[in-house]
Design a protein around this ligand. Structure first.
Ligand code: DQA
Length: 153
């Protein structure tokens, strides 16, 4: 049975390099810092956040499959695989939970090959261009979508 309070934050190729990778595009925040903030923010929302990153498409597909039936929501930044991976699209399309696609950069203000996402058609929503804050906004959205956000907020 899906634990609606469990949220998987999934990051794809090269996002382990955040902090040193093109900081003028992606900012100075490291992935470890983003993940720690997600866990902390999740606690304030009553969500248990698990974070994973891989440079390998198949590993990401495996984790999406595992999340199916065990997690309440999924936040995914598939990195460059956003623009190429039918395998990730297929895995997400049967995940059966709210999915928020996140990109640190505004992919529509960049090279044209970044304008198309294979993932967006199966995402509940998409956040891009807001840097690390995008993950926090995605968690807020998941909390509302799963009904976990504490009353009155
Ligand atoms: C990215 C945008 C992608 O085009 C790029 O390949 C990434 C990061 C982003 O977070 O802005 O690796 O997903």
């Amino acid at each position: 049975m899906a634990d609606k309070t469990g949220v998987l934050v999934l990051n794809g190729p090269n996002l382990n390099m955040l902090g040193t990778r093109d900081p003028e595009i992606y900012g100075h925040t490291t992935l470890a810092e983003i993940e720690a903030t997600c866990v902390e923010h999740g606690q304030t929302l009553g969500l248990t956040v698990s974070c994973r990153q891989s440079n390998h498409e198949g590993e990401l597909v495996g984790w999406i499959q595992e999340a199916r039936g065990s997690m309440g929501g999924l936040i995914v930044n598939a990195g460059a695989l956003t623009h190429s991976s039918v395998a990730i699209l297929d895995a997400l399309s049967i995940a059966d939970m709210p999915i928020v696609e996140v990109h640190l950069s505004n992919i529509f203000a960049r090279e044209s090959f970044r304008h198309h996402s294979y993932i967006s058609p199966v995402a509940t929503g998409v956040i891009c261009g807001l840097g690390a804050q995008g993950y926090i906004l995605a968690l807020d959205a998941i909390a509302r979508l799963t009904g976990q956000k504490s009353k009155g907020k």
